[in-house]
Design a protein around this ligand. Structure first.
Ligand code: FMN
Length: 401
C-alpha cells in the first residue's frame, strides 16, 4: 500500500470536472492516504466543501482566514504535504501559478510548497489548445511539475475533443506510479551525488557564443530523483531556464566548459556518485573578442581550441566514486559508447541516440541503453523522470554488489 499514511494535498479549482474529485478523495482515503482539500472560491460553485470534508475527514479550507479571524496557514498546509495535486486545474489557476499571482489560498499554498506538484488540467478543447495554456503547461513542466494530461472525449460544453480531466482512477495511477518510483526514499541517504547538466556556452565575443541544444532536463531530473531518495546533491548546470527547489540540492550555475571543469573538481573528490549528463562543448574559441565582431569580410574564421575533458579527468581521478557518463551518438552507437566507457574509465554509460524519435535534446522523453563493461540493458521510451529513476535504481544495485 504505497499510499498508506502519505499526506496528499488536493487543491480543487473552479471547473466542471470538480465533481470527479469526490471520488478521487474517497479512493485515496481508502488506500490509506491522509487527504487535505483546499479550494479556490470559484470551486465552491461546482463541488461542496461539506462533501469533501466528510470524505477526507478534515476541514476544507478556501480562505486565508476563518470567520473567527484564525489564519488558515498556507505555509503549514504546503509544508505538511508529501505531494500536492491541483485537480481540476483551470486555465485561470494554471496561469496564476505560473506567474506567482497570489490572490487566493490555493496559489499561496502552491507557492509555498516544496513537495512534488501534480497538475490535472481540465478545460474546454479550445481553452486547452490555446497557445497561452500550452505555454503555461510547458512552463509548469520546466518548473519540475508533473502534468496529468487531459483526455479526449465529450466535454461538458457538448463539444468533443481534448480537455476532459483525467479520470480519478488514472490520476490515482499517476500518483502511485510516481510514489513507486520514489518508494525507497532513504536509499541514497548519506550519499553525495554530483550531477552535471545542460549545455555549455563558449564565448566568441561579448554577445555571441558556441552552444548546443541541451535543455538540462535529464540532469535536473536525475538531481531531483537523487535528492528525493535522500542524497545530498550538487547540481552543476550550464545555461538553462530550469529551476530546482529541493533543500538537498545545491545548484551551481556555470556558463562555459572551463567554468564547469573548475566547479566539478571543487567537489569531485568528496562525492560518492558522479553523473555527467551535461553536453559540454569540446572546443572553445581560442580568443574572445573584447568587442562585438563587426560584419566585414565575406568569411570569418574562428580558431577553436580543445576544452578540458571533464569526464576524462573524472575517470582519471576516480577513487571510490561510481562514475556515470552519457553518450549521444549518431552512428555506430553502441560501439562508440562502449569505447567512451573504457577510455574514460566509467562504471556505466547511458546511451541515447538522436535517431530515436522522442529521445534526446529538449524532449521530455528519452530512449536509453545502459552499458557497462559486461552488459547492455535496454529500456523502452520513458519520461526523463522515469529514466532518472532507472539510473538511480541501477546505481543502487551496482554499488550494493
Ligand atoms: C459552468 C462553468 C464551467 C467552467 N468550467 C471550466 C473548466 O472546465 N476549466 C476552466 O479552466 N475554467 C472553467 N470555467 C471558468 C472558471 O470557473 C473561471 O475561470 C474561474 O475564474 C476559475 O477560478 P479558479 O481558477 O480560481 O478556480 C467554468 C465556468 C463555468 C461557469
Amino acid at each position: 500500500m504505497i499510499l498508506q499514511d502519505k499526506k496528499i494535498l488536493i487543491a480543487v479549482t473552479g471547473g466542471i470536472a470538480a465533481y470527479k474529485i469526490n471520488l478521487l478523495v474517497r479512493r485515496l482515503v481508502t488506500e490509506g492516504a491522509e487527504v487535505q482539500v483546499i479550494m479556490t472560491p470559484a470551486a465552491s460553485a461546482f463541488v461542496s466543501a461539506l462533501t469533501l470534508s466528510t470524505l477526507s475527514k478534515k476541514p476544507v479550507y478556501s480562505d486565508f482566514y476563518s470567520e473567527n479571524g484564525t489564519w488558515n496557514s498556507h505555509v503549514d498546509l504546503a509544508l505538511w504535504a508529501d505531494l500536492m495535486l491541483i485537480a481540476p486545474c483551470t486555465a485561470n489557476t494554471l496561469a496564476k501559478m505560473m506567474h506567482g499571482q497570489c490572490d487566493n489560498l490555493v496559489i499561496a499554498t502552491y507557492l509555498s510548497a516544496k513537495c512534488p506538484v501534480f497538475i490535472a488540467p481540465a478545460m474546454d478543447l479550445d481553452m486547452y489548445a490555446h497557445p497561452s495554456t500550452r505555454q503555461n503547461l510547458e512552463m509548469a513542466q520546466d518548473f519540475g511539475h508533473l502534468i496529468i494530461p487531459a483526455e479526449t472525449g465529450e466535454l461538458a460544453s457538448g463539444l468533443v475533443g481534448e480537455g476532459r480531466m483525467a479520470e480519478p482512477e488514472s490520476i490515482l495511477q499517476s500518483i502511485t506510479d510516481y510514489l513507486n518510483i520514489f518508494n525507497d526514499l532513504e536509499s541514497f541517504s548519506g550519499k553525495t551525488v554530483l550531477v552535471t547538466a545542460g549545455p555549455t556556452y563558449e564565448a566568441i565575443d561579448p554577445v555571441r557564443f558556441i552552444g548546443n541544444h541541451s535543455s538540462g532536463k535529464m540532469g535536473f531530473s536525475i538531481a531531483e530523483a537523487a535528492a528525493a531518495r535522500g542524497a545530498q546533491v550538487i547540481l552543476i548546470s550550464g545555461p538553462t531556464s530550469l529551476q530546482v527547489r529541493h533543500e538537498r540540492i545545491k545548484l551551481v550555475r556555470v556558463t562555459s566548459a572551463r567554468e564547469m571543469y573548475e566547479q566539478v573538481f571543487k567537489f569531485y573528490d568528496h562525492v560518492d556518485i558522479a553523473i555527467a549528463s551535461a553536453a559540454v562543448a569540446d572546443y572553445a574559441p581560442a580568443t574572445v573578442a573584447a568587442q562585438k565582431i563587426k560584419k566585414s569580410d565575406e568569411h570569418l574564421t574562428i580558431e577553436l581550441v580543445k576544452n578540458p575533458d571533464i569526464l576524462g579527468e573524472m575517470g582519471l581521478r576516480k577513487k571510490s566514486q561510481f562514475l556515470v557518463g552519457f553518450a549521444l551518438e549518431t552512428e555506430n552507437e553502441e560501439e562508440n559508447a562502449r569505447g567512451k566507457l573504457q577510455r574514460k574509465n566509467l562504471d556505466m554509460i547511458v546511451l541515447n541516440s538522436l535517431s530515436d524519435e522522442g529521445a534526446g535534446f529538449g524532449k521530455d522523453t528519452n530512449l536509453v541503453k545502459f552499458i557497462t563493461a559486461d552488459a547492455v540493458y535496454e529500456f523502452g521510451l520513458k519520461s526523463k523522470k522515469a529514466v532518472a529513476a532507472d539510473i538511480l535504481e541501477f546505481i543502487q544495485k551496482e554499488t550494493l554488489k
